[in-house]
Design a protein around this ligand. Structure first.
Ligand code: 0RA
Length: 634
């Protein structure tokens, strides 16, 4: 092969690479999920995950991330550095291949617990293709190498730019605003949550995070790993034993890292991960954990005379349990449309066998905690049986009363749920206005008297003792708790309408807690909304303008000119039925925000913190964090 041939080969490969990145730019969603804020943040995760892969493989300990003044992001790790030097087969520098060939990363890097599958592990080349510009430095073999790119295309060859006495990789990229048309702003809280979680899951790594623009920085490192993760999730909940039960083991090349802690509450939260990827739909590792948990606790109870005739079922032994199951395995297989469920059958056996062995060991060595756990399971079983009886009674009653709707509900005449809206209104007087102002064809009104029960603190079998909860359940129509069936709901829009004050916010949170804990699919399928009443009425003569923000108010004052009169609405009750319809309920004019819970892990902790016993964390959380978990889309 002479020089010319080599040049041709190089060009041919460059064209191949170009085609690959063109595909990425044409259909970015295929590679990073979406091009909204979520997709934007995936770029950072992708680069950081590469550094964490190096840490998992034992070559790196530190990953530093910085959001720079100009909005670009720099990620540095102290791993081996991306290989450099001409790749004979491809006729191209290995570093360039890694950053421009769609699937090059995996070809070289044989780390067996690599993050792969799901949306991650697509490779830094995808980030490169979606960046206006990117600069990479690789330090290894005593030298520092550099290459830069524009929308994934090299500005020039890989160059040695100086000596180096360390190894590692540094990548700086600027997301392309022609791809990320919605936003290119990185959110401190979103990134912080992700890095904290990665640090919990990889106890060997330290993640430094700095946002120059936000003027904030933080370092995440947890020697306790998933055990500290569980403590963090339990937040303000009361644990019945501390430290969490934690163990790590290995079987058939699968590393199983588990931590669990029982609280005095009733919620079960088991979050599972494979190679640090969250698997929201569980899968084989979760099944292995659950079966082993049920078996081990029952065996212990029987052998130690704590359980006589009865056998606890899975829900009994999981009541009040918070757990993290994090496994690391080569080449995990994911299932389901969103690839959010682990399918690899080897994981089930590995998790259950390590659980069986280590959990029985723990129970034998900690008889006091073991007795409490078994006792808690027995209480759950008793509660479950009592609830079953109560349901049977309710069912029988319902047959007699032909499932009558609550008297306070002013229902709509339309019967097709997809066209129906239920307004849950704070206060009897606003409820009255809403009843008069609504379009009774498709809008139903349920007024609430005062505050509803905080379901976070109530026994599940006692919920239906509360009239307001019963009314809400019957009105919405899908049932409650584990039996909730979203296909049976009577309204496809459930709208929370409260005053724009502290009490209103509290009632809103109580309702969201009820929906999140007891009617979760209602929230997940996007049926829950917050009504947004105007904050001001600006009037002059016969003209009036409703303003929903301070800015709108200022604009309206300007528009109406001298003599404009501004009144601030303090509550829904200040509006007459006509005004309530025009400003807040008329589909043509109203503003409603859809409630969606972005990150189930965080939301769970948030609700516990918000609705638990301790006041201080609640106050702090409401002020600092509420906006980041409960995302409201207009
Ligand atoms: C390919 C092969 C090797 C390491 C890497 C890629 C690597 C990629 C990235 C991306 C960010 N940080 C990274 N660190 C390493 C192995 C190289 C060897 O065997 O020395």
């Amino acid at each position: 092969m002479d020089g010319n041939d080599e040049q041709k080969l190089y060009d041919a490969d460059s064209i191949e690479a170009l085609k690959g990145l063109e595909a990425v730019r044409k259909r970015p969603g295929m590679y990073i999920g979406s091009t909204d804020s979520r997709g934007l943040h995936h770029l950072v995760y992708e680069v950081v995950d590469n550094g964490i892969d190096e840490a998992m493989a034992g070559f790196a300990t530190e990953v530093s991330v910085s959001v720079n003044e100009d909005g670009s992001v720099t990620v540095t790790d102290d791993g081996r550095g991306i290989p450099t030097g001409m790749n004979q087969k491809e006729g191209k520098d290995a570093l360039e291949m890694c950053l421009t060939d769609l699937h090059a990363g995996g070809k070289f890097n044989q780390n067996s617990y690599k993050v792969s599958g799901g949306l991650h592990g697509v490779g830094v080349s995808v980030v490169n293709g979606l960046s206006k510009w990117l600069v990479v430095f690789s330090e290894r073999e005593g030298k520092k190498f550099r290459q830069s790119y524009k929308i994934g295309i090299p500005d020039g060859p890989v160059e040695a730019v100086g000596p180096s006495d360390r190894t590692g990789t540094t990548i700086t990229f600027m997301p392309d605003d022609e791809i990320f048309t919605e936003t290119t702003d990185f959110d401190y809280d979103i990134l912080q949550n992700r890095f904290r979680q990665q640090a919990f899951l990889n106890r060997e790594v330290t993640i430094h995070f700095e946002d120059i623009r936000a003027g904030k920085s933080e370092t995440f490192h947890y020697d306790g790993g998933v055990s500290e993760f569980v403590r963090f999730l339990n937040g303000a909940k009361k644990a019945i034993h501390d430290p969490p039960i934690a163990f790590i083991g290995e079987k058939n090349g699968i590393i199983v890292d588990v931590a669990m802690q029982y609280t005095d509450g009733y919620n079960e939260e088991i979050d599972t991960f494979v190679n640090t990827i969250f698997t929201p739909d569980g899968g084989t590792h979760l099944t292995g954990f659950r079966t082993a948990l049920t078996k081990t606790i029952n065996d212990y109870g029987k052998e130690n005379g704590l359980l006589k005739e009865t056998t606890l079922d899975g829900t009994d032994v999981r009541e009040g349990l918070t757990a993290i199951v994090s496994i690391k395995m080569p080449d995990p297989q994911f299932e389901g449309q969103t690839k959010s469920k682990l399918g690899s059958s080897a994981a089930q056996g590995a998790v259950s066998s390590i659980m069986n062995e280590k959990l029985s060991e723990y129970l034998l060595e900690n008889p006091a905690a073991a007795a409490m756990i078994v006792k808690k399971g027995i209480l759950a079983l008793e509660g479950r049986e009592a609830a079953k009886k109560a349901r049977e009674i309710t069912r029988r009653k319902n047959v007699l009363e032909s499932t009558s709707l609550p008297g306070k509900l002013a229902d709509c005449s339309e019967r097709d749920p997809s066209k129906c809206e239920l307004y849950i209104v704070e206060g009897e007087s606003a409820g009255g206005s809403a009843k008069q102002g609504r379009n009774r064809a498709f809008q139903a009104i349920l007024p609430l008297r005062g505050k509803i029960l905080n379901v976070e603190k109530a026994r599940p079998d006692k919920l239906l003792d509360h009239e307001e909860i019963r009314n809400l359940m019957i009105a919405v129509g899908g049932g409650i708790g584990k039996e909730f069936d979203v296909s049976k709901i009577r309204y496809h829009s459930v709208v929370i309408m409260t005053d724009a004050d502290v009490d209103g916010a509290h009632i809103g949170t109580l309702l969201l807690t009820l929906f999140y804990r007891q009617m979760r699919p209602l929230v997940d399928s996007g049926h829950v909304y917050m009504a947004m009443p105007p904050l001001y009425r600006v009037a002059k003569g016969k003209k009036e303008i409703y303003a929903y923000t301070e800015e709108e108010m200022a604009k309206a004052v300007e528009e109406l000119g001298q003599g404009a009169n501004v009144s601030r609405y303090k509550g829904l009750g200040e509006m007459n039925p006509q005004q309530l319809w025009e400003t807040t309920m008329d589909p043509e004019r109203r503003i409603m925000k859809k409630v969606h819970i972005d990150d189930a892990i965080l939301a769970d902790g948030l609700f516990s913190t918000l609705m638990g016993d301790e006041v201080e964390p609640r106050r702090k959380f409401i002020i600092e964090h509420a906006h980041e978990v409960i995302n409201l889309d207009v």
